[in-house]
Write a protein of this length. Structure first.
Length: 186
């Protein structure tokens, strides 16, 4: 039974999105919801994110939308270090704060500001070891930051039962086409 899911994926600029409310964000949230609803129906209780811009914050919004149907679903945000939003633009800080304010649990893994990349490696290890499944918006043919958590999960999977569910760019294209057909009444 799946109790805890980690959700991660691309940062917005890696997929050409520069506004939190870009129309593509709705398709990303739809893809996330389609992936985690079966997990919820199979006992998923918690979704964990690190609060990074892009897919993770859209995942937080998707969880809030799903909580209307599944009120027992909870969101945890574990930041890799304190004040990760410090250098972000105000729009992104506000978006981040809106997710943290509604999350069921918020904590920082290292309890100190950014020092170096070991904090990201620790974050990836923590998220994989503390969850039953990784839902990752990542296409193996499009390099980007999700590669690191994916590699951590693949390595963990070699000696532990662990599920990795990729949402690829093809999957996103299918969601876009389904939504367009639905809007046209098909």
């Amino acid at each position: 039974m799946v109790k805890v899911a980690t959700i991660s994926g691309y940062k917005p600029f890696e997929i050409g999105i520069f506004q939190p409310d870009h129309p593509a964000a709705e398709y990303i949230k739809t893809a996330i919801k389609k992936t985690i609803v079966p997990l919820i129906e199979d006992g998923l209780e918690w979704v964990m994110i690190s609060g990074q811009l892009g897919v993770e914050l859209w995942a937080g919004e998707a969880v809030f939308e799903l909580q209307e149907l599944y009120p027992d679903l909870k969101l945890a945000v574990f930041t890799p270090f304190l004040n990760q939003e410090e250098s972000w633009k105000d729009t992104n800080k506000n978006w981040y704060e809106s997710i943290l304010n509604r999350a069921d649990h918020v904590d920082s893994l290292t309890k100190k500001p950014y020092e170096n990349s070991w904090q990201f490696r620790l974050k990836n290890q923590f998220f994989i070891e503390k969850s039953d499944v990784l839902v990752l918006l990542y296409d193996l043919e499009k390099e980007g930051s999700p590669k690191f958590i994916y590699e951590t999960a693949k390595k963990f999977q070699q000696s532990n039962p662990y599920d990795i569910q990729l949402i690829t760019l093809y999957d996103l294209q299918m969601v876009v086409e389904e939504e367009q057909l639905r809007q046209q009444g098909f």
